[in-house]
Design a protein around this ligand. Sequence first.
Ligand SMILES: Cc1ncc(COP(=O)(O)O)c(C=O)c1O
Length: 457
Amino acid sequence: MKTIIEPFRIKTVEPIRITTRDERAKLLQEAGHNVFLLNAEDVLIDLLTDSGTSAMSQNQWAAMMQGDESYAGSRSWYRFEASVKDIFGFEHVIPTHQGRAAERILFGITCKEGDVVPNNTHFDTTRANIEYTGAQAVDVVIPEGREPATFHPFKGNVDLEALENLISSVGRERVPMILITVTNNSGGGQPVSMENVRAVSKIARAHKIPLYLDACRFAENSYFIKLREKGFAAKSVKEIARELFSYADGCTMSAKKDAFANIGGFLCTNDPDLARQEKDLLILTEGYPTYGGLAGRDLDAIAVGLQEVLEEDYLRYRFASTRYLGEHLSSAGVPIVQPPGGHAIYIDAKSMLDHIPPSRFPGQALACALYLEGGIRGVEIGSVMFGKKDPDTGAGIPAAMELVRLAIPRRVYTQSHIDYVVEVLVEVHRKRESLRGLEITYEAPFLRHFTARFKEA
Ligand SMILES: Cc1ncc(COP(=O)(O)O)c(C=O)c1O
């Protein structure tokens, strides 16, 4: 059969509220044209993020009932640790309340003023946590990874020459680690090939620099490798994931993505000294090393979710539903990052709204228009999120791309929800010339996209 169906039935439903256009216009105004500041109740289809928004399975809920809430050495911790080690293979596993807590602990210990950390593309919290230490976060994705319309099977790959040049220009001692984000979220959810990870690992070892993976979507990346890279078709997704991690010295992980959990994360390393320092810091700010800020029941949900996400029926359906959205938008003329990524479709707002310059935030304008038109919430990944200011002139430096991400929560929406999203987008695309740019009226000193307020320019 050519129809790829959801490999599950729905047992519990969560109602969603239908709003009118007039209501949404008022709500958007009150939220300062920032969709982060809307109440979730006023959103019809919430594609803001795939993080923490998964529908958990009956096995996860059942596992939660067995959560052991002992402060130290709980049964939940041992089940969690065993599940992580089974897939990730690292020697030390440190639980955290979410991915950025793992980042803060890792970078807080290993990075300092003047250091440089390369990555294919740093995610916003990764960049912010590195820069908070005084180090510099540098993106070294291949050129195709910055060109939305270009097709490439592994657009998340690291540019090996750029990486080598960066290390030799700043000096090995200023590079505390190399990171690779799998899949490359800020670069369009694009995968990284095994060949590329192997090659980066070789460079890292030659310079004695540790290699870390930002592993949030490791299962999706592994499935892309299975589908697209020669020599992997017959391997299981778990085998591929294990090989991927075998080239790294550790990882940071947000369990809110490819672990189907609503909260959680962890940090892994093979370095015993570093693990000890990380645990010391963990105790100070997150909790004891056998729970790290999580309830025992959350550890159990993650332990089960990590294994479930590797099931191929699930991954086949996941990719089919994301691709379905991408292909329908693309055939209606809506410019998207090609080819579609695993967890999201990224609309190329720069190309769609070419009458709005980056200084007037075309991505933000498009995100607002999607809400106004159909109650859909996406997120700008462009100059609001990644734009900088010239330290001398104060002038805005735009981001490399102006995207709007429509992230698809795992196992949450049905095909008719997705058909509705297509319809709304096609309508906004038809009216695109009437959309106006925005000006910032308030911004925080870092991670400004979460709380900034705007007015129409
Ligand atoms: C690639 C990547 N790294 C890190 C994080 C941070 O994880 P968390 O939101 O759990 O703190 C995210 C979250 O979206 C992400 O996508």
